[in-house]
Design a protein around this ligand. Structure first.
Ligand code: MG
Ligand code: MG
Length: 249
């Protein structure tokens, strides 16, 4: 069942998501060659504690960290590590969430480490653009399929592929709520969008094939072909005034 959020609840979710956005901005500024993904985790936890909120991911189905740090061929759910040292030319996905006054915020960015290849740059740009297209489709009387199609059509036109094994989601008092929000699908199909729906829209886009596999740690999802992957996410409320991007500041 899809739970619709009241205006007041959406404003609480806005507050949660603004904190997520602020913290991701801080982390983005720290990304440079020589920094480890554990350095970023430590800062994410400090900033979370400073704001008196709870990290959304730590302990979620046993995930041990606040931050998902997904380097290069890692699609999502990368584990921060002191052994993962960023180097020039890498791309780093950072997915982060908090729980505030009973509501979740969830957002992700993928950032370049120093100078990156033109292909990597294009992958980041197209993935971000596909999220913008999807957000534009998050309006009343459109359907979930319109969001999915917006991502898929944008990405495939550029020769990249859409991950099938992980999808976006409804969000609210739970981190993952109905409906699932796939990044592939047909325009006009699926549930009709209504004011009060809040969706975490999160294209996960591969440079090569769409297939993924999960490493032995049970979390780290990588591209099967070893090529790069990018991930951007916003939490978006469907409203009568159009899409309200709660995690954009
Ligand atoms: Mg996320
Ligand atoms: Mg999410």
């Amino acid at each position: 069942m899809i739970t619709l959020k009241s205006r007041k609840e959406i404003e609480l979710m806005r507050a949660a998501n603004v904190m997520v956005a602020e913290i991701l901005d801080i982390l983005r500024e720290l990304v440079r060659p020589g920094v480890t993904t554990m350095d970023l985790e430590v800062r994410a936890e400090e900033e979370t504690r400073k704001r008196g909120v709870k990290p959304a991911f730590k302990g979620y189905y046993g995930f041990p960290w606040c931050l998902c740090a997904s380097l290069n061929n890692v699609v999502v759910h990368g584990m921060p590590s002191e052994d993962t040292v960023l180097k020039e030319g890498d791309i780093l996905g950072m997915d982060f969430g908090v729980l505030y006054k009973g509501f979740y915020g969830d957002s992700a960015i993928t950032v370049p480490v120093g100078e990156i290849s033109s292909t990597a740059r294009r992958l980041l740009d197209v993935t971000a653009q596909s999220l913008d297209r999807a957000i534009e489709a998050a309006v009343p009387d459109n359907t979930l399929g319109d969001i999915s199609f917006a991502v898929q059509s944008c990405v495939e036109a550029e020769g990249f592929s859409v991950v099938r094994d992980f999808v976006g989601h409804g969000i609210g008092r739970k981190l993952h709520e109905a409906p699932q929000v796939p990044n592939f699908g047909e325009a006009g199909k699926g549930v009709k969008l209504q004011p009060g729906m809040v969706l975490a829209i999160e294209p996960m886009i591969n440079q090569g094939g769409y297939k993924t596999r999960v490493l032995e740690d049970g979390w780290t999802a990588v591209t099967q072909d070893g090529a790069l992957s990018a991930h951007f996410e916003h939490t978006v409320a469907v409203t009568d005034n159009g899409p309200y991007v709660l995690s954009r500041i």
